[in-house]
Design a protein around this ligand. Structure first.
Ligand SMILES: Nc1ncnc2c1ncn2[C@@H]1O[C@H](COP(=O)(O)OP(=O)(O)OP(=O)(O)O)[C@@H](O)[C@H]1O
Length: 258
């Protein structure tokens, strides 16, 4: 299910069991999926269906108990060492004592990029995420949505081929979230990398994605792959359209009885 000709991310029969002292949880059972280079996909499902686990396996933050994860033809571990990933979490995890541009420059600093080049790159990234004039502010001086944009800029600092995003907008109000959905697509259209986006919002998944991977729980497994044939660039007017409504209803129908 979910095969593409030239996969950038390739999961084959991936299973994940978490063992605790007294019990064992099967978080994922035999998930196979491929994601193409430059594709925008979402992992969608109710709480506990294994979305975060799947993302962490792709990022080499976890090792599967069964099956294999390949990223750009390498193991997930090799891909991490080759800095193929940028990750954005639900909370922006910014350092409050560092200014916004110093937060963005951190990955560059850690990999030894000189100060002048770091500054130049931070300026470019701030412009990309629409925060051109906020480089010398502190994170606590920004709104939640702006902080998340800083986190996106930082994740893009090393020019990763793959951006992994774990419910990055779920703590934000609906208006901000919808605006950031549009901004994220605009950023992605300029950067052109592969994006894997975790969400439990059906409309968010449909609005953003080329394909939606639908997961069902207990144990987590891939229950459907839905193509989203909406044209790009996607604008907020699309949300009121018939195709959008039909796709959202179709996916919602798949969760009935889950
Ligand atoms: N470190 C862990 N130890 C034991 N069980 C775990 C661990 N991490 C996750 N689980 C279990 O694995 C299953 C999948 O969890 P996961 O966080 O991947 O789901 P999710 O779909 O991302 O959920 P949510 O939307 O609530 O974040 C759940 O049953 C969860 O309780």
């Amino acid at each position: 299910m979910g095969k593409v000709a030239w996969p950038e991310i390739e999961l084959t029969d991936v299973s994940m069991r978490y063992a605790t002292d007294s019990s064992e949880v099967v978080a994922l059972r035999q998930v196979s999926l491929d994601i193409a280079k430059g594709e925008f996909v979402s992992l969608l499902g109710p709480s506990g269906c294994g979305k975060t686990t799947l993302l962490r396996l792709m990022a080499d933050l976890l090792e599967p108990t069964g099956g294999s994860v390949k990223v750009a033809g390498k193991t997930a571990g090799e891909a991490r060492l080759a800095r193929k990933y940028g990750i954005v979490f639900q909370n922006p995890v910014l350092y409050d004592w560092r200014k916004v541009d110093d937060n963005i420059m951190l990955p560059l600093e850690l990999s030894g990029v000189g100060r002048k080049e770091r500054k130049r790159k931070a300026g470019e990234l701030l412009e990309l995420v629409g925060l051109k004039d906020f480089g010398d502010k502190y994170p606590w001086q920004l709104s939640g949505g702006m902080q998340q944009r800083v986190a996106i800029a930082r994740a893009l600092a090393m020019e990763p081929e793959i951006l992994l995003m774990d419910e990055p907008f779920s703590a934000l109000d609906e208006f901000t979230r919808e605006r950031l959905n549009e901004e994220l697509l605009s950023i992605w259209s300029k950067v052109g990398n592969t994006v894997v986006f975790v969400t439990h919002s059906i409309s968010e998944a449909v609005f953003l994605s080329d394909r939606v991977f639908v997961l069902s729980p207990h144990p987590g497994r891939l229950s459907a792959v839905v193509d989203v044939p909406l044209p790009r660039p996607r604008t907020k007017e699309l949300r009121g359209g018939e195709t959008f409504f039909r796709l959202v209803s179709d996916i919602r129908g798949r969760f009935e009885g889950v």
